[in-house]
Ligand binder design. Structure first.
Ligand SMILES: C[S@@+](CC[C@H](N)C(=O)[O-])C[C@H]1O[C@@H](n2cnc3c(N)ncnc32)[C@H](O)[C@@H]1O
Length: 248
């Protein structure tokens, strides 16, 4: 598959292609932090539930086409991904992966097979979720995130003497973060900055193999980290490029 790579600012390089191919070109022990938000393997599950999500929101991720793998194939993709993450990340480097709560244990097991030390499973709580089926069930307002350290028990943790709880709370993205186009699962800059600030230092190399609309890259520009991001879709790649250049 063709891979396009561009240096779009003095500190950000982005790649349009499959991350499993692109990661092979990244040197071993060269990355300080990997922070990423891969497909959660929920597309098939959501479509099978017979809810009216398509009517409610045309760009719902379940209809995006990038989260359709069968469970076994998704596990195999995550296995290859985490093997490459172990190779490119420096020893003691942090790995932060967003994930669906019901798949957290699967990812922990795979990561542990690649010498990642499991630290924490935490929650991102959205204060203004879509109130889908609010009269029938609890409204979904949470996603998980998993924190690991590569081949060591501790890495950078810039808490600056403060107690940092294992949840992060924010609203979903605001309109200025949608200025260059929409992504169905775009993460707020506030959340990305929280983790990047805690888990890396200025000038560190940060990698996001599933960058989507480039939220990790924008946060890296704002926090003076070097960024490498990969995205399969050309449409999202262009959104990411514009956002990172504009730092928005
Ligand atoms: C959950 S979204 C990430 C959203 C991102 N955190 C943001 O704030 O916009 C996952 C992204 O991974 C991309 N993707 C799926 N498979 C991929 C692959 N093999 N290589 C690179 N990107 C991939 C999808 O196109 C999608 O944009």
């Amino acid at each position: 598959m063709t891979i396009l790579q561009e240096n779009i600012t003095s500190s950000s390089t982005i790649i349009n292609g499959d991350c499993l191919d692109a990661l092979k070109n990244i040197p071993a022990n060269s990355i300080d932090l990997i922070i990423t938000d891969p497909p959660y393997n929920l597309g098939r599950f959501m479509k099978g539930r017979g809810t009216n999500i398509k009517k409610m929101r045309e760009n719902h991720f379940a209809y995006s086409g990038w989260d359709d793998l069968e469970f076994e194939k998704w596990c195999s993709q995550m296995n290859t991904l985490l093997s490459e993450c172990h190779r490119v990340l420096k020893k003691k480097g942090n790995l932060l992966i967003f994930m669906s709560i019901i798949k957290a244990e699967t990812i922990i097991n795979i990561a542990q097979n690649h010498k990642f030390y499991y630290k924490t499973v935490g929650i991102w709580h959205k204060t203004n979720p879509m109130p889908r089926n609010m009269n029938l069930q609890f409204v979904n307002s949470t996603e998980a995130w998993l924190h690991f350290v590569n081949d060591a028990t501790t890495g950078i943790f810039n808490n600056r003497g403060k107690v940092i709880h294992d949840f992060v709370e924010s609203s979903t993205i605001n309109n200025s973060e949608r200025k260059f186009g929409k992504h169905p699962t775009q993460k707020p800059l506030q959340v990305m900055c929280h983790f990047i600030d805690l888990l890396s230092n200025e000038k560190d190399n940060v990698l996001d193999p599933f960058m989507g609309s480039g939220s990790t890259g924008v946060a890296c520009e704002l926090l003076k980290r070097k960024f490498v991001g990969v995205e399969l879709s050309n449409e999202y790649y262009e959104i990411a490029k514009n956002r990172i250049i504009a730092k928005k």
